[in-house]
Design a protein around this ligand. Structure first.
Ligand SMILES: *Cc1c(COP(=O)(O)O)cnc(C)c1O
Length: 794
């Protein structure tokens, strides 16, 4: 593909004129952005076709990644980088009087996910394409992705996100690829067979987005399902004048793909959510079988050619749906169908939090999916029969509920956790009995992040320094970052490394000025905690520490303090009152701290609204300190921790999730560890007075709670946080009090290290150099080898 600046300029102009329908004299930024996107998309189509053809020709095993969430972010710059066309595109646009960065920043985030789980799916799609793993992502084309967050008087307010109000240039609508998805109705016995007579139907219709890998060598498809009514109107009702009822099929279809559920760690049990999950699963499984049967006729060999991965239990109906189709449509025996389905399916567990584990009442499951309820009971009985030692306490159906974790476990040949620690806890705490029956089933695949987006795109300064130092190629071979290590001894390299960091901080200071209206000193320590707001992630502990620091400065206004900017980012689920209270507190503390003249040059709190992938790309390269402070045993892996460390931030963290492995890789001397271990948390929680005793032992924490209780940060409503203070004293399930003193101790060590600029530079550069393991390419290779049995087509 020999492309010049001139020919690409003509491509852009061509699309501006014939695809967008504008002439250059009247085109807006939006028009130019679309024209550029279409010109880039053209360059993806050929490798995309070639990949598809190669897969058919060689009958490669295909991997299907089913996920209710894909947190993609912007696509344009990522596509340009992977195609190797960023330079040419920028030059061509310059000739046209346009600025590449301006167009990049015009693109809305594709926010079809909540947080880590959805972003992981997006990183994995990109890595599969980079590695030439023939694969498809399947998801839902939500009309409204994750809500937008605003702050009003410090409180979170949600507004709908409407990315599809604009033209989405990356997708191809496939109206010919559609499947009828059925709900409700009843079962009938006909000629000794069970027949499901549905009560509601909708059509799932495909929208394909190509996903291009590094250097454009391979492209896969992300197929998102939209919903259409099976009949536009019930004509009979319409003619009777019953207009609302006549439009019911359309209403059902529209609601199914209308919104993403905005909770990431709680499970609500809502009928619409069950319908969404089945809608995704049913359309995808039918599409998989359709594709398979185009090239093969023996469904008993399905497992040789197909691997299906379930991202959490959300698509766990894949098991019953596959069995249903194999038995009811293709006349297979139940036993054979179950065995084949198990060989095909894999399940990734993402959480141990009990409130996040999906359970559906048998009544709802039986009403919405009567045939599946029957099949789930058959699966349960077959599993019990094959494993007579199985205790009834781990049955799939128990206490009138279907337990999706157990269903996914039983229906998969491999179940994986997402970090070494998490996988051990999956075995010992979540599924101990099932693991005893199936000792080889649970395996680990530690999460990773794609270095193309999270280093090359987000941090061009550091990417350039890396390339200048060790040469190119690290983008698809991240272990090569270790070649940086000998250069760290070189003072000039350390200076260059810190100059990149400072450049990023200056640029981010300007951005913060724009979005928050505050002047931020780029030489202060940027102390960053960005992630969903959740009690287990303990933003509260970080705010308490901020207050303690404020109090310390107030008591000693002439003292020497290491200047810090506390940067927060993250959304609370709309119905999660305690998390919203934490959002409010961060903003309340921020107002007091940021207007206090004693804090000038010492302490600031910045909380820009609406954290998303694009904001992550802004903040992470500018971070000095990465806050990964979850209660041990609660964060399954984390991926934000990896992005930050890769970009040269030092971590202050607990022994939780992938922090454990990050610390092993970067070395304990380059990681600020504190806090109870997962085991110690369990022991300590048995002492009902754990919080009270910890607070009595820490004058600093006692003062913090007293200041909050007095209303020092909420003078307009002094008792605003009485509930929060009371819970901290009396329950504190997430052990903020018990870990606080050790957290403060570790923060003091951070200050000391930061004062020694050169020591800090070494530690930060070592973090980058030793993060090669955490590439999502390594994760995907692990899945291909240990779970999917898939081979690279490259
Ligand atoms: C990486 C990422 C996450 C996950 O962050 P954690 O700290 O691992 O919870 C969430 N949201 C966005 C936008 C991300 O980019």
């Amino acid at each position: 593909m020999n492309l010049t600046r001139e020919s690409f300029r003509n491509d852009i102009l061509h699309h501006l004129k014939f695809t967008v329908g504008k002439d250059a004299g009247h085109a807006s930024t939006y028009d130019w952005r679309l024209a550029l996107s279409f010109a880039l998309r053209d360059r993806i189509v050929e490798p995309w076709f070639a990949s598809t053809k190669d897969t058919w020709d060689h009958d490669h095993k295909r991997v299907f990644y089913l996920s209710m969430e894909f947190l993609i972010g912007r696509i344009l710059e990522d596509a340009a980088i992977n195609l190797g066309l960023k330079g040419i595109a920028a030059a061509a646009l310059m000739d046209l009087g346009q600025d590449f960065d301006t167009l990049v920043h015009d693109e809305p985030d594709a926010a079809l996910g909540n947080g880590g789980l959805g972003r992981l799916a997006a990183c994995y799609m990109e890595s599969m394409a980079t590695l030439g793993c023939p694969g498809y992502g399947y998801g839902i084309r939500y009309e409204h992705g994750l809500f937008r967050q605003r702050f009003e008087t410090g409180q979170q307010v949600e507004t709908p996100e409407d990315w599809l109000n604009q033209r989405h240039p990356w997708e191809f609508e496939r109206p010919e690829s559609n499947y009828t998805v059925r709900f409700k109705g009843h079962l009938e016995e006909r000629h000794g067979r069970t027949v499901w007579v549905p009560g509601e139907t909708v059509i799932a219709t495909a929208y394909d987005t190509p996903v291009i890998g590094w250097e454009g060598r391979w492209a896969n498809t992300l197929r998102l399902w939209g919903a259409k009514p099976t009949t536009l109107f019930d004509l009979e009702r319409f003619n009777r004048g019953d207009y609302t009822a006549a439009a019911e099929p359309e209403t059902l279809a529209r609601t199914i793909t209308r919104v993403l559920y905005p909770d990431d760690t709680t499970y609500a049990g809502k009928e619409l959510r069950l319908k969404q999950e089945y809608f995704l699963t049913s359309a995808s499984i039918k599409d998989i079988l359709r594709r398979y049967l185009e090239a093969h006729d023996d469904l008993t060999e399905l497992d040789k050619h197909v691997a299906i991965q379930m991202n959490d239990t959300h698509p766990a109906l894949a098991g019953p749906e596959l069995i249903r189709l194999l038995v009811d449509k293709y006349n297979m025996t139940f036993e054979r169908a179950m065995e084949i389905s198990q060989n095909v399916l894999g399940y990734t567990n993402h959480t141990l939090l009990p409130e996040a584990l999906e359970r559906w009442s048998t009544w709802l499951m039986g009403t919405v999916l009567p045939r599946h309820m029957q099949i789930i009971e058959m699966i349960d009985a077959a599993h019990q029969k094959a494993n007579p030692a199985r205790p009834s306490s781990v049955a799939i159906v128990r206490n009138n509920e279907v337990h999706m974790g157990e269903l996914a476990f039983v229906m998969s040949h491999k179940v994986n956790g997402v970090s070494a620690l998490h996988t051990e806890l999956v075995k010992s705490q979540l599924f101990p009995e099932l693991t005893k029956l199936h000792p080889d089933r649970v395996v680990n695949q530690t999460n990773g992040v794609t270095p193309r987006r999270w280093l090359k795109l987000a941090n061009p300064g550091l990417a350039k320094l890396v390339t200048d130092t060790i040469g190119g190629g690290w983008e698809a071979d991240l272990e090569r970052l270790s070649e940086l290590e000998p250069h760290i001894a070189d003072a000039a390299f350390r200076e260059a490394f810190m100059a990149v960091k400072r450049g990023n901080k200056v640029q981010t200071s300007n951005w913060m000025k724009k979005v928050c209206g505050l002047n931020v000193d780029p030489d202060a320590m940027f102390d960053v905690q960005v992630k969903r707001i959740h009690e287990y992630k303990r933003q509260l502990m970080n705010v308490f520490e901020t207050i303690a620091q404020w109090h310390e400065i107030k008591k000693n206004p002439e003292g020497d303090f290491v200047p810090r900017v506390k940067i927060f980012g993250g959304k609370s689920a709309p119905g999660y009152a305690v998390a919203k209270e934490i959002v409010h507190l961060i903003n309340d503390v921020g107002r007091v701290v940021n207007t206090d003249p004693d804090m000038r040059g010492r302490l600031q709190v910045i909380y820009p609204a609406n954290y998303n992938v694009t904001m992550a790309e802004q903040l992470i390269p500018a971070a000095d300190l990465s806050e990964q402070i979850s209660t041990a045993g609660k964060e399954a892996s984390g991926t934000g921790n990896m992005k930050l460390s890769l970009n040269g931030a030092l971590t202050i963290g607990t022994l939780d999730g992938a922090n454990v492995e990050i610390r092993e890789h970067v070395g304990p001397e380059n990681f600020f560890l504190f806090g109870l271990t997962a085991e110690e948390v369990l022991t300590r929680r048995k002492n009902v007075k754990h919080a009270r005793e910890a607070i009595e032992h820490s004058q600093a924490l006692k003062d913090v709670l007293q200041l909050i209780a007095e209303g020092r940060f909420s003078p307009d409503e002094r008792d605003r946080y009485h509930g929060l203070v009371d819970r901290t004293w009396n329950s504190d399930y997430f052990m903020v009090a018990s870990d606080f003193a050790d957290y403060q101790r570790a923060q003091a060590e951070v200050d000391e290290a930061f004062l020694d600029r050169d020591r800090w530079a070494r530690m930060a550069a070592i973090n980058t150099a030793r993060m090669g393991f955490f590439s999502s390419d390594r994760s995907i290779r692990g899945y291909m080898d240990d779970i999917w049995g898939a081979k690279s087509a490259l």
